[in-house]
Design a protein around this ligand. Structure first.
Ligand SMILES: [Zn+2]
Length: 301
């Protein structure tokens, strides 16, 4: 893959068939996201699939904001959260119970599927508009056997748009292809079957290793296809000292004072980017005295 194709998303359109598509691959951004986490292979694989999916889905955001895909459960995989902004700033993290992962992997001859890992789980999509802070939340039914199938079903039910999603993930890269039938007139009756069938022949190694143009040429050289310029994906963490301060406020003065007494200071590391935030006794005193006389939040900054 050429350097210019790394961490990119490209939209495309089959004009006659009224089908839109997106193809993405993340390399350095994905490697950064898993650095220092030491994820077991199976966790890394599914987190990667959610990262690719969240980039594909957030391409439909029509305002400044973010889309978050969050899976949680009581199984070996307890949490996966991936947030992608409308400009493709993305971050994500997974949490798991190591002993349970080992048990499942040892017991199963095949790769454990996502439902087995999640146990009694839920998948939620949250869309937030930056300016108004307006939030929309949708529950994704875990119908099917893969993250791609869960999301296809969700889009079909929530937006009445037939969608196919193909995802691939390994330690170096993640990739995804999305095809979606748009509402409206279709000049070519068999096009959806034909184009999605061709899409389904994509191999994971192709999604992970080839340039988008090469993939689209391999799949669709006989179709009329319009390619748009690629857009860059980057790692974006929205953590801040303010947000950590608010989190500390929520644990209460007493609890914070106890930690200070025991450890001398409070140290909070961001789960997404690893950035550390330190608070000493004076910081903590400041946080709670501020809290005692709250200023108008709209003029605080
Ligand atoms: Zn962070």
């Amino acid at each position: 893959m050429s350097a210019s194709e790394k961490d990119k998303i490209r939209r495309f359109l089959f004009d006659k068939a009224n089908i839109r598509g997106e193809i993405t691959s993340l390399n350095e951004v994905w490697q950064f996201m898993q650095a220092n986490h030491g994820y077991p292979e199976i966790i890394r694989q599914y987190l990667g699939e959610v990262v690719a999916a969240s980039v594909l889905l957030s391409a439909t955001l029509k305002f400044e904001g973010s889309m978050t895909i969050q899976a949680s459960g009581d199984g070996a995989l307890t949490l996966m959260v991936v947030e992608c902004r409308n400009d493709f700033g993305v971050r994500g993290v997974a949490k798991y119970q190591e002993s349970l992962i080992n048990e499942i992997v040892d017991e199963m001859s095949d790769e454990p599927d996502i439902k087995t890992l999640l146990g009694d789980g839920t998948l939620i999509i949250t869309i937030e508009q930056s300016k108004t802070k307006e939030r929309y939340q949708g529950i994704v039914a875990l119908e099917g056997n893969s993250i791609a199938e869960f999301l296809e079903g969700y889009l079909e039910r929530s937006e009445q748009l037939e969608t196919r999603i193909f995802l691939a993930s390994d330690e170096k890269a993640v990739g995804g292809l999305l095809l979606q039938q748009l509402p409206g007139q279709n000049e070519d009756d068999d096009s959806w079957e034909r184009i999605t069938h061709l899409g389904s022949t994509i191999k994971p190694e192709e999604l992970l290793g080839l340039d988008s143009q090469e993939i689209l040429h391999r799949l669709y050289h006989e179709e009329d296809i319009r390619l748009f310029e690629q857009e860059a994906i980057y790692f974006k963490c929205t953590c801040s000292r303010d947000k950590v301060t608010n989190m500390l406020r929520s644990i209460g003065h007493q609890e914070a004072s106890n930690i200070i007494k025991e450890q001398g200071n409070i140290s909070v590391d961001c789960e997404f980017c690893g950035k550390g935030y330190q608070f000493d006794e004076i910081d903590i005193a400041g946080i709670y005295s501020e809290h005692a006389q709250p200023s108008d939040p709209s003029t605080r900054h």
